[in-house]
Write a protein that binds this ligand. Sequence first.
Ligand code: B8X
Length: 624
Amino acid sequence: MSDNQSWNSSGSEEDSELREETGNPVGVGVFSGVLSKWTNYIHGWQDRWVVLKNNTLSYYKSQDETEYGCRGSLCLSKAVITPHEFDECRLDISVNDSVWYLRAQDPEHRRLWIDSIELHRRVRDGARDKGGVQAMIFIPPPMADPGYGSESSLRRHGSMLSLTSATSGYSATSTSSFKKGYSLREKLAEMETFRDILCRQVDTLQRYFDGCADGVSKDELQRDKIVEDDEDDFPSTRSDGEFLHSGSSAKDKLFQCSHPKGVNGIDFKGEAITFKATTAGILATLSHCIDLMVKREDSWQKRLDKEMEKRRRIEESYKSALNELKKKSHFGGPDYEEGPNSLINEEEFFDAVEAALDRQDKIEQCQTEKTRIQRSSPLPPADIFSSSGSHRLSEQVEEMVQSHMTYSLQDVGGDANWQLVVEEGEMKVYRREVEENGIVLDPLKATHSVKGVTGHEVCHYFWDTAYRNDWETTIENFNIVETLSENAVIVYQTHKRVWPASQRDVLYLSAMRKMVASNESDPDTWLVCNFSVDHHDAQPSSRCVRAKINIAIICQTLVSPPEGDKEISRENVTCKITYVANVNPGGWAPASVLRAVAKREYPKFLKRFTSYVQEKTLGKPILF
Ligand code: B8X
C-alpha cells in the first residue's frame, strides 16, 4: 500500500488488501479507513474515519478533520468484537460498558477489519504475553446481551448458522442442512426458536409502550425544543444493554425513547433487524421444510415407482417362465411335483388330475370288456377266518379288527360331523373333513347294500389278491411281500400316478376275519382290514410318496326267508357293506384336489367292486 494511501473501507478503487501505511503486513503499525458508525436515532449511521494504532481504535468525523482530534477512542486490549449475527457488514466493539456499533461496506470488508484488529492486537501484545492476546471475537452467552434485546436468544438453539444463512439468503447452510439430512424435526426446532424470538420481541416492545405510557408527559416531549444535538454524543451502554447517561435532561429523556436503547433499554433498530431476520428465517425455514417434504415425497414416489417396476418385471418373468414350463409340462419334472411350491395353480392341478383319471377309466373299461380272467383259487375252510391266526402280527390284527367292530359300524347318518358327499341308490358316501399340517386326512365311510352276494363272498374277492387286478383299476402294480397266514398277507402296491400329483405307494397288512355273532339272531360279520405296516423288504422308494392307510370293509349278510320250501337263493341274500377308509396321502397336495379325487374315486371303486362280486358269484353256490 503506498504511503499516502490508507486502507479505505469505503470500497473505493484502492487495493482492498489490508496493508499498513508503512507497507508492512497489517497488525504491526497504523492503518485506517472509513466505517459507518451508529450515532443516535436522529442521525443514525454516519461515515467516520477510523484509525487503528497503538492498540487503540480511534474515530474522527472525517479523514480531513483528523487534525481537530478524534471524537472517541477505545483501547483494544480488553475489547470484545462481536460480528453481528444478521447484519453481515456490522461489527460491535465493546469495552466495559462502552459499545461502538460499526458497519463496513460489505461482509468482506468487515472480515478485513476484524482480522486487522485481531492481528494488530496479537502482534502488539505478543511479546508480553507468550500466548498472545487473542482477539476477543466471540458470540457472548445469551445473558450478556451486548446489543439487541432478543438477539442473544437467537443463539439459544445453536441454529444461528442456519438462521444467518436464511437471513442473508445464503442457502449453503440450508442446503447443507438438507444434505446432512437435517430432519423436519430440526427445522421444527428452528421454528420454535423463531417463535421464542418473536415472543421476546413482543415483550420488549410491550415494555417499551408501557414505559412510554407511564413515563413521558406531553410537554416534556415537545420535539421542537430539542437543542441541536451533538450527533456523536454517544451514551455508553452497560453490558446488560442499559444506558449510562449524565442527568435526565429532556434531551436525555428523548434519547431514552429514541436512542438505540430507548426506554427500558430497547434498541428499536436492532429489534427491527432482528425482526426482519427472524421473519426471513421463518420464511426460509418454512421454504426449507417444504423443500424437505417435496424431496421426501419425490423420493418416496421414486421408490414406489421402482418397486412397481420391479414387481411388473417379476410378474412378467413369472408368467413367461410359467408358460415355458407349461409347454414342457408333459415332460414333468420336479417343478411339476405337487407341493406348496408347485408351479401349477390349484385349478390346473385339479384339471390335470381329472383328465388323468378319465384316461385311466377309459383304459379300464377296455380291459373289463375284453375278458374277465377266469381264475379261482381254492377257498380255505371258513373257520380259519374266525381268528387272526398265529403270526407275528396277530395281535395288531386283532386290535385293528376290534377297533373297526366297535367304531366303524357306528351309524353316521345322523352325525353332523359326517357329511353325505355321494348318494347313488343304496350307496351312501360320507366324509369328515380333517387336515393335519395342511395335509388332507378326511376319514371316509360308505354304506352300501348289495343284493345277491354274501359278506363272505365280498370279503373273499376283496382280500384275495388273485382278483385284485380285476376290480382295482387305480393300482399300477402290486406284490405280496409276506404271507403271514392263510388269512393275512402283507401287500406292497403302487398306485397309478395321477399327474401332477406324485405317484403313491402303499405297504399294508391285509387280513380277513369272520366275527361270529354273539347271538343267533344277529348275522355273522365278515371283515377285511388293510392297514399300513413297515417291512424291511419294501422300503419307501424315491419314486413314490408313501401313503398310509387304515381301511376296512365290513359285511353282514341278510337273508330273507325263501318262498315256501324253496332253498335260499341269491335273491334272498343281501350284503350290508360298511366301507371305512382313512388315507394319509403322505405328502402335500391341494386339499380341494384330494377331496375331489376321493369323492370321485371311492364311489366308483365301490360300485365297480360290488358289481364285480355280483358277476363273479352269479350262478355259483352261495358262500355264507
Ligand atoms: C386311496 C388313495 C390314494 C388309496 C388304498 C387306497 C391309496 C383303497 C387302498 O380299499 S383298498 O385297500 C383296496 C386295495 O387297493 C385301498 C384306496 C392316493 C392318496 C393321495 C392311495 C386316494 C386317492 C383316493 C383313492 N384312490 C383310488 C381309489 C379310491 C380312492
